[in-house]
Design a protein around this ligand. Structure first.
Ligand code: FAD
Ligand code: DHB
Length: 394
């Protein structure tokens, strides 16, 4: 098989890239190791920045998001028996975020790209590796029905997530990896109950962090900080709801509606960056190049900013024979990646219980008290939360 841009992975990065390139007449093939239903069944991110929402509109996959997505103009932070609201438009010249699940975004992109435009996406087709990334015709080696096959491309986009093979196809001496793990995880529940509050609540509590989020007016997504080695099997629905309520201000806990789980899962927390994000004709984008801890909801949004830069670089190459944007992709994407890595690390450090050392928790409370009383600090949090602007890239 041959294509212009071979894409590994049909998560949000791969699908969004394929869709944006397709609209410009550029040929792509996506190879995905799992089934379409499996990819759609993964419950992940829920908050999207304006930059990502605009990119989904540009991809002509934003119609349902604009109808069903919830505009959020702020978040709430609970700490030290207080509940404080942070107003985004006030601190960012009118910016807001949108609550619309990654599952819905993936569904909308699949519908537009595969069902309506006939885009080529092969499921249950695991990629084994990338060969010749430093030649003019790199190859993606994959398996289909037990047979080894090759996809010859002009370029390869590694959109295959943290555990993918594209990053691992690069010799160790050509890539720098930066990593920090955290000594806890997040236990999440998805349930068809109305959200406890119209806006998200992030709670710093002596028992550990908690987050009240949502997917719609009738579907809630809640998280509690848990031990790294904890298992979903250790938690009944009732045990989860009890623990969540204990970590919230009493008037919030009292109005919590509970119900059976649609899904429950544990996610580890990690900060990770691979540099550079381009190796000859292989380009990494999204989770294959970087991971943030979920606090602040930056993971999916970073995938979108990578694809913003990468799609423009490919379009400039095919439409105008320009290679300068391809050359600038890695450094430009990484500037924004590192800022999100910094914000997620800071927000994670501020909101979680690290150990039983009271010094750490007193410092957190002092910083939170400072934060909610300082216009400068509120501006810093708000402009990072709504999303730092994309750099001019043309
Ligand atoms: P992915 O969505 O991981 O997609 C990569 C795709 O590549 C997958 O479909 C995978 O099956 C495929 N693939 C992998 N290896 C191969 C191979 N060898 N061959 C072919 N295909 C392959 N972000 C937030 O902002 N907020 C959140 O609340 C949040 N929660 C999360 C919870 C979990 C459990 C995880 C794992 C992530 C979470 N994230 C969250 C992060 C966010 O979901 C990711 O940043 C986002 O999915 C990145 O998209 P992606 O397309 O780059 O990677
Ligand atoms: C969600 C996850 C986050 O990490 C976050 O900061 C906000 C919302 C969510 O899954 O809804």
């Amino acid at each position: 098989m041959r294509t212009q841009v071979g894409i590994i992975g049909s998560g949000p990065s791969g699908l969004l890239l394929a869709r944006l390139l397709h609209l410009q007449g550029i040929d792509t093939v996506i190879l995905e190791s799992h089934s379409r239903d499996y990819v759609l069944g993964r419950i992940r991110a829920g908050v999207i920045e304006q930059g990502m929402a605009d990119l989904l509109r540009e991809a002509k996959a934003g119609e349902r998001m604009d109808k069903e997505g919830l505009i959020h103009e702020g978040i709430n932070i609970a700490f030290d028996d207080r509940l404080e609201r942070i107003d985004f438009p006030k601190h960012t010249d009118g910016k807001v975020v949108m609550v619309y699940g990654q599952t819905e975004i993936t569904y909308d992109l699949m519908k537009a790209h595969i069902d309506e435009a006939g885009g080529k996406v092969y499921y249950d087709t695991p990629v084994i590796g990338v060969e010749g990334y430093d030649t003019d015709s790199p190859k993606i080696i994959y398996e289909q029905n037990g047979q080894r096959q090759e996809l010859v491309c002009d370029f390869v986009a590694g959109c295959d997530g943290y555990h993918g093979v594209s990053r691992k196809s690069i010799p160790a001496d050509k890539i720098s990896l930066f990593e920090r793990t955290y000594p806890f995880g997040w236990l999440g529940i998805l349930s068809d109950v109305p959200p406890v509050n119209e806006e998200l609540i992030y709670a710093n509590h002596p028992r550990g962090f908690a987050l009240c989020s949502m997917r719609s007016h009738t579907r809630s997504r809640y998280y509690v900080q848990c031990e790294l080695d904890d298992k979903v099997e250790n938690w009944t629905d009732d045990a989860f709801w009890d623990e969540l309520r204990r970590r919230l201000p009493p008037r919030v806990a009292d109005s919590m509606k509970t119900g059976p789980r649609l899904e429950m899962s544990i996610a580890p927390l990690r900060s990770f960056v691979a540099e550079p994000m381009r190796f000859g004709r292989l380009f990494l984008a999204g989770d294959s190049a970087h991971i943030v801890p979920p606090t602040g909801a930056k993971g999916l949004n970073l995938a979108a900013s990578d694809i913003y830069y990468l799609s423009r670089a490919f379009i400039a190459y095919y439409k105008e024979k320009r290679t300068d944007l391809l050359d600038r992709y890695s450094e430009t994407a990484l500037r924004r990646v590192w800022k999100a890595i910094r914000f997620s690390w800071w927000y994670t450090s501020l909101m979680h219980k690290f150990d039983d050392d009271m010094m750490t928790s007193r410092l957190q409370i002092a910083e939170l008290d400072y934060l909610v009383n300082s216009d400068a600090a509120l501006t810093t949090l708000s402009e990072n939360y709504v999303g730092l602007p994309y750099e001019k890239f043309e």
